[in-house]
Design a protein around this ligand. Structure first.
Ligand SMILES: Cc1ncc(C[n+]2csc(CCOP(=O)(O)OP(=O)(O)O)c2C)c(N)n1
Length: 650
């Protein structure tokens, strides 16, 4: 559904239009922009609170800076809806996150104003610094480079690596620290405490006001920016500001904290900062969800609430007559608590996703045994490894795509040291509307390459519970191996999910449906699509077999020998990158044992899968039941061949 923009906003088709307005008109632009975001997210879903929180910042940045010439880099990008709307995408904003529509994140291919593709956090300072250094090298000294990063994203090592570099080389970069005390859940860590101290310190704020007053006065007298800065540094800051400043000590000039919702003051300050060369940071205080009271009150719920009634604030939930299957993440959360209640060695770790992973269930009950370590996947992995060295049983839950950032730690700190860390990778496979930055497609390939790593994927809630239970046993530790258990976003298939916990033999698969001629080998939740396909084939009088392999590594070799001896055609099905994944593992087995069956691998082809609903993407990638059925019909040796449906992997 497409909503009409307010009278001022509807005239803004690019930041140049915005810049033609008088400063006095900006508050109205902010109001209309906020309303436009509320209107559209309420019917389409998507990220909500973050964009509302940076509305004034967004308007001020495009008003003051000469975008797209000046380079504006958003961190994560979930807060960039206002940016998209002001930069020529108002008319297509109703397609946000929909199949074929615009992306929910900045994307270089989408707009010249999207200077850097994002989705994963904490990259903005590095990227903006790269741009700033390139501009300097090209002698484009007028060009400004601005990274906008939240306090949550600032907790990541990458942000600090970038600041460490930025403070040591000549560059013209402005970091805007958008401090709302929130990540998705409340922000954590000592840095958060530090930022709160700065906000609330009376001495500091008095000095800060003096600095700004002086800066304002001097600007009016037309002093050069360099002079202004050295005056401030030599005078006020050095003498009055006794409190040391973390950013200053990294050679970044620190300004703030200022009210990030005061559009008038924001534009004044940004204008002043334009004249100050070198790396600098402006600390802005904002409220996530600003302007929509429910979102201000429950900021975690309204991070990405789904569709809602914008007048009542009621979040639309589908209602059903029958009990529905739970989400996999909920099964993880409840099962972990259940296991931890019986086993005092169990610990839980998440990098900033307590709600998203449902580790918050254990965190509430056992705060000393379950940790949110901030947006710090690398640390989460090595911290888990450290806990494991002391004999603890660690469940480290990381979204599959964010695990990419912790890969070296998995290799170096876990596998090489044979530490039995249990990695639960949520959002594995096609993530849906968040799109390519969030699809978890490579985990089979990158995890199965590692020695001392077991790789498993549950087909349903019961298998997830049993895999978690098996990995929590002391007998598992004796293997001296880590395990990856990967499962998708969304619901499983078992309304009665609370099954009794049973040990699974590592590296064993299951024959689900006996058959002949064609064998379907599936891994994980996508096996349910395969099962539907086989049942549809049965209705057509065919008799393909179905196996749930459960483990990509080690493979169930005994079962595989049986399959390759009995079947001429093998179809593998996975919701992961086809290169190096489950099908590849089976193909390697076939080659290594000199079988000569015909093998067809269904999975995600070597391409970027864009955003869309999960179901639509399954279809697009040819791994939904209809596509699998089409393959079965194509391969089944009958006289009644059907026309093949082309799929993304053909
Ligand atoms: C590497 C990585 N880990 C986790 C996430 C999931 N994530 C998306 S937004 C977010 C919170 C970001 O907090 P902040 O930067 O403060 O922005 P805010 O939402 O508060 O505006 C997290 C953890 C991510 N996008 N990237």
């Amino acid at each position: 559904m497409q909503f009409k923009a307010g009278p001022l906003l509807s005239k803004i088709h690019s930041p140049a239009d915005l810049r033609s307005l008088a400063p006095s008109e900006l508050p109205k632009v902010c109001e209309e922009l906020r309303q436009f975001i509320i209107d559209h997210v309420s019917v389409n879903g998507g990220h909500f609170g973050a964009s509302l929180g940076v509305t004034e910042l967004t308007v001020a940045l495009h008003y003051v800076f000469n975008t797209p010439e000046d380079q504006l880099v958003w961190d994560v990008g979930h807060q960039a809806y206002g940016h998209k709307i002001l930069t020529g995408r108002m008319d297509v904003f109703h397609t946000n996150r929909l199949l074929g529509g615009i992306s929910g994140f900045p994307k270089r291919s989408e707009s010249i104003f999207d200077t850097f593709g994002v989705g994963h956090s904490s990259t903005s300072i590095s990227a903006a610094l790269g741009m700033a250094v390139a501009s300097r090298y090209k002698k484009e000294f007028q060009k400004q480079h601005i990274a906008v990063i939240g306090d949550g994203s600032m907790t990541a090592g990458m942000a600090f690596e970038a600041m460490n570099h930025a403070g040591d080389i000549p560059n013209n970069m402005l970091i805007i620290l958008n401090d709302n005390c929130m990540a998705i859940d409340p922000n954590v860590g000592a840095l958060k405490e530090y930022l709160t101290d700065i906000r609330t310190s009376h001495t500091y704020n008095k000095v800060k006001d003096d600095v700004w007053n002086l800066l304002g006065k001097m600007s009016k007298f037309g002093k050069s920016a360099q002079e202004i800065v050295s005056k401030i540094e030599n005078g006020l800051k050095a003498t009055l500001l006794k409190q040391s400043n973390l950013f200053e000590s990294l050679n970044l000039r620190y300004f703030g904290p200022i009210d990030g919702h005061d559009i008038g003051y924001l534009t004044t300050v940004l204008n002043d900062l334009k004249d100050i060369p070198g790396p600098k940071i402006l600390h802005c205080i904002t409220t996530k969800g600003k302007g929509y009271s429910l979102a201000e009150k429950d900021q975690t719920l309204w991070h990405a609430p789904g569709k809602f009634d914008k007048l009542t604030g009621e979040i639309h939930k589908k209602t059903f007559d029958n009990p529905q299957p739970p989400k996999y993440q909920e099964v993880f959360g409840h099962t972990l608590l259940e296991l931890a209640e019986k086993n005092p060695k169990i610990m839980g770790v998440t990098p900033a996703m307590p709600s998203g992973s449902s580790l918050n269930i254990m965190m509430r009950e056992m705060p000393d045994r379950a940790f949110d370590v901030g947006i710090a996947e690398q640390h989460a992995v090595t911290f888990s490894a450290g806990l494991a060295t002391q004999g603890l049983t660690v469940f480290c839950n990381i979204y599959s795509s964010f695990m990419q950032r912790g890969y070296d730690q998995v290799v170096h700190d876990v596998c090489l040291q044979k530490l039995p860390v249990i990695f639960c990778l949520d959002r594995a496979g096609l993530a849906g509307a968040d799109g390519p930055t969030h699809h978890g497609l490579y985990d089979f390939a990158f995890m199965r390459a590692l020695p001392n790593m077991i790789v498993a994927a549950p087909r349903n809630e019961q298998e997830l519970r049993n895999m978690m239970f098996t990995a929590s046993l002391d007998s598992f530790k004796e293997l001296n191996q880590a395990i990856t258990i990967r499962y998708p976003r969304g619901e499983g298939v078992m309304p009665a999910w609370k099954t009794s916990l049973e040990r699974i033999e590592i590296g064993t698969g299951l024959e689900l449906i006996k058959g002949e001629n064609v064998a379907i080998l599936s891994i994980g939740h996508i096996g349910n699509e395969a099962q539907k396909a086989v049942e549809l084939a049965q209705q057509k009088g065919l008799n393909p077999a179905l196996y749930d392999m459960r483990f990509v590594k080690p493979l169930d070799e005994r079962l595989l020998h049986g399959i390759f001896k009995a079947f001429k055609t093998i179809i593998t099905v996975e919701d992961a990158a086809i290169q190096g994944g489950f099908g590849s593992a089976i193909a390697e087995f076939m080659v290594d044992h000199q079988y000569q069956s015909k093998m067809i691998r269904l999975g995600i082809a070597d391409l970027i899968v864009e955003h869309g609903e999960q179901k639509e993407l399954y279809e697009f990638c040819g791994i939904d039941s209809t596509s699998i059925l089409a393959k079965i019909l194509q391969e089944y040796p009958t006289k009644t061949k059907v026309i093949n449906t082309p799929t993304a992997i053909d």
